[in-house]
Unconditional design. Structure first.
Length: 279
């Protein structure tokens, strides 16, 4: 499989000269399987650029949503394949507290957007899984999910295919001040021996306790989790919208220092738009 980051920012897009290296688009990751299937995780503003690529390619598109907050769905109305006649697009909503599975479509209604979703020529299917379903397949890929610790709920995903395991855990507070949906030990099991963990690292310990309960992890805790589950690589993700390129580079350097102190066999990097990884 090949994984490409199209949006790595949290909360809101951040254009500007200070945000060029890592990018300012919100959450979107593309996974192209060896069997030809295309899996997208989240539909933030980064999905617009991805759509230009996929419009030139035939085949079904599978979109896995973590949850319905704006930064994870706001790029969908600008996703070119939804305007292609009879293009099959399957959308799996996250395990949100409110079962508003069609929110990604309803943002294209009323006064929000000029093109109503019911006029789209593509064949869009909402594939809401039963809440207790933890595993299914897309082509040769095994898909697993786990509930995230985030206001309003949602899902993290584990994709195992082509001999590799990728785990995507964003908008997840590992130690929230509210009741957890998933405990640290359960996250360890979920991500155990992953080839790549993509984890929320929006905050730092220095940001706490002021942002406790906001539904995001601190980078240091993401490092701790990834070392504990013996993953090979960690991509720091969901960069805070206030962090410039220099700020994110400093977060990355700090986390690499922690890995060095622990003498862990872990490759760590800050995710950046356009970064592509063969797994």
């Amino acid at each position: 499989m090949r994984l490409t980051f199209y949006g790595v920012r949290g909360s809101i897009p951040t254009p500007g000269a200070e945000y060029i290296k890592y990018g300012g688009n919100t959450a979107c990751v593309h996974i192209e399987l060896n069997d030809g299937n295309d899996i997208i995780i989240d539909a933030g503003t980064g999905i617009r650029t991805l759509g230009q690529k996929l419009a030139a390619k035939e085949g079904d598109i599978h979109l896995l949503l973590t949850h319905n907050h704006w930064d994870h769905i706001q790029g969908f109305p600008f996703f070119t394949p939804i305007y292609q006649p009879q293009r099959n697009i399957f959308i799996t909503p996250g395990q949100t507290t409110l079962a508003e599975h069609d929110n990604i479509l309803r943002q294209m209604s009323g006064s929000y957007f000029p093109v109503p979703f019911h006029s789209l020529p593509s064949a869009i299917s909402l594939d809401a899984k039963p809440d207790n379903l933890r595993q299914w397949h897309i082509g040769e890929a095994k898909i697993q999910r786990q509930k995230i610790n985030h206001p309003g709920g949602g899902s993290a995903y584990c994709i195992t295919a082509d001999g590799s395991k990728v785990v995507y855990i964003t908008d997840n507070e590992l130690y929230p001040p509210y009741k957890k949906s998933t405990d640290f030990l359960d996250w360890m099991e979920f991500a155990r021996d992953a080839d790549l963990v993509i984890h929320d690292a929006q905050y730092m310990l220095a940001d706490m306790p002021g942002k406790a309960g906001w539904g995001h992890s601190v980078a240091e805790e993401a490092v701790k989790l990834t070392m504990a589950c013996r993953a090979k690589r960690l991509a720091l993700y969901s960069h805070d919208h206030t962090r410039t390129d220099d700020n994110i580079a400093a977060v990355e350097a700090h986390c690499q220092e922690l890995v060095g102190i622990a003498q862990a066999d872990l490759e760590l990097f800050a995710a950046a738009e356009g970064m592509s990884i063969a797994l």
